[in-house]
Design a protein around this ligand. Structure first.
Ligand SMILES: CC(C)(COP(=O)(O)OP(=O)(O)OC[C@H]1O[C@@H](n2cnc3c(N)ncnc32)[C@H](O)[C@@H]1OP(=O)(O)O)[C@@H](O)C(=O)NCCC(=O)NCCS
Length: 157
């Protein structure tokens, strides 16, 4: 059993880039996360948070601003051996605090893990309400006409 007594959630730094690539690649291979190169991650390192247990990086997530009023959770992943230990919840809480500190009232995600997001206070909503997302990302996505991800939203105001 993983020892999570020393879970540390913190903002990522450039030193974490390779480990972030490793975690994201693990899930991108399974088709449940978009792949991110080291260069892409490094360029957006300020948007990432990480979870560390005993000095090992075991989780990550990032926040993407989609407009004045909306942020999206991206690249949220916990290493297989460390799932269901409360780390995903902590990652989302940290990202939520960041959204709040930016004064942004809505946080959303596109996901296959609806049960997890409902457990932590998100509601399932129609994807179509996110015009910011549709125009920024979905128009360039191969799956735009057959997207099977579910949209979830939490209001922070
Ligand atoms: C989804 C994911 C981030 C959850 O992280 P986690 O650390 O395992 O989740 P937590 O332990 O913090 O779970 C918080 C709560 O949600 C529940 N939960 C977790 N995963 C769940 C799931 N798939 N279905 C239903 N409930 C779930 C937990 O039991 C816990 O409930 P509790 O508070 O009553 O004990 C993790 O499973 C993961 O990395 N999945 C693969 C990548 C992925 O799909 N990311 C989402 C992209 S948007």
């Amino acid at each position: 059993m993983a020892d999570t007594s020393t879970i540390l959630c913190r903002n990522a730094t450039l030193v974490d880039t390779d480990e972030l690539v490793r975690i994201i690649h693990e899930y991108a291979e399974l088709g449940i996360m978009l792949p991110r190169s080291a260069a892409m991650i490094a360029a957006a390192i300020d948007t990432f948070v990480v979870a560390e247990v005993d000095g090992r990086l075991v989780g990550c997530g990032s926040l993407c601003k989609l407009g004045q009023n909306l942020v999206e959770i991206r690249s949220l992943g916990i290493s297989a051996d460390y799932k269901r230990l409360g780390i995903g919840r902590k990652m989302v809480e940290k990202l939520t605090e960041q959204a709040k500190s930016l004064g942004i009232p809505k946080i959303m995600a596109l996901t296959y893990q609806v049960g997890f997001f409902e457990k932590i206070g998100f509601d399932v909503v129609s994807k179509e309400i996110f015009q910011e997302k549709v125009w920024k990302d979905c128009v360039n996505c191969k799956k735009q006409h057959c997207c099977d991800e579910i949209a979830v939203l939490k209001r922070l105001d």
